[in-house]
Every structure is written in structure tokens, then in C-alpha cells.
Design a protein around this ligand. Structure first.
Ligand code: RB5
Length: 146
């Protein structure tokens, strides 16, 4: 699978670790975000990643910032995106099993790098349960209702 891995300045090193982890697992990945020493606004990076994922359903996104909160709020503004902010194995599992999250958001200032990689693996190894499809359809409907 192809991944878009985005960060702001709060998570540059973690972004690189995630990319290397994905490539090591046989995936392809491209990074979106600042270089060391640059500062950026997380909504801009979230929008780039989310638009890539929304335009190609065969891809997924991972967004990291200080808390993951801003990235998740911003990414979910893009139609077609189900961005989940996760903190632990249970939320990582549910993000895939119940929500079919196509973007995972995590906080670099809360979680150790190795723990983040572990949560990503859980998300990727967990299958979506089709019995939740109706709820996802209702979420999609919200994108076009006022
Ligand atoms: C940047 O200081 C910080 O606000 C950002 O990384 C993130 O935590 C926002 O939700």
C-alpha cells in the first residue's frame, strides 16, 4: 500500500521513523511536511495528506503533530476522510475495525516513537467489520448536509 506521512514541526523525527517503518514493512511512503528548523501550520500539512488520500482510495495517510488533535480536526474537513486520533492499542484497533479510518493521527509529544509504530501496526493489521458500513455511510452523508 502507498502511504502519505505528514507532520508539522513538532513531529519531524517521528515522521521519518514512521516512513522508514512502513518501507521496512514492504509499503511505499512519501513524506509531507517541514524540514528540520522550519515551522509550519498543521492544517496545511493535514490538507495535503487528506486530499491525496481522498483522491486515491487505495492509499492511507498518517498525520503526526504535537498532540494529533489539530491534524485530526483539519483532516476530517476533507470529504472522504475518516481521520482517527488514537492513543493506545484499543483505539488503534477500533479505528480500523469500526471506523475504517483511512488516516491515522498521533501525538508526538504524548507517545514514544516505538509505541507509535506499534499502534500503526495494529491499525494496519486490523480488518474493518462490514457490519459498521451503514454508520460510515451516514458519516459520508454528513459531508453534504448543512
Ligand atoms: C504546534 O505547536 C502544535 O500546536 C501542533 O503540533 C499540534 O499539537 C496541534 O494540534
Amino acid at each position: 500500500m502507498h502511504f502519505f506521512v505528514g507532520s508539522d514541526h513538532a513531529a519531524i523525527e517521528l515522521r521519518g521513523s514512521i516512513t522508514q517503518h512502513l518501507i521496512g514493512a514492504g509499503h511505499t511512503a512519501e513524506e509531507i511536511g517541514p524540514r528540520a528548523g522550519e515551522r509550519v501550520d498543521y492544517p496545511d500539512q493535514a490538507a495535503i495528506v487528506a486530499r491525496h488520500v481522498a483522491s486515491d482510495p487505495g492509499t492511507k495517510g498518517i498525520l503526526v503533530c504535537g498532540t494529533g488533535i489539530g491534524m485530526s480536526i483539519a483532516a476530517n474537513k476533507i470529504p472522504g476522510i475518516r481521520a482517527a486520533l488514537v492513543h493506545d492499542p484499543f483505539t488503534a484497533e477500533m479505528a480500523a475495525m469500526h471506523n475504517d479510518a483511512n488516516v491515522l493521527c498521533l501525538g508526538a509529544r504524548l507517545l514514544a516513537d516505538a509505541y507509535v509504530l506499534h499502534l500503526i501496526d495494529i491499525w494496519l493489521e486490523t480488518e474493518f467489520e462490514a457490519r459498521h458500513s451503514t454508520r460510515l455511510s451516514k458519516i459520508a452523508t454528513l459531508e453534504t448536509s448543512s
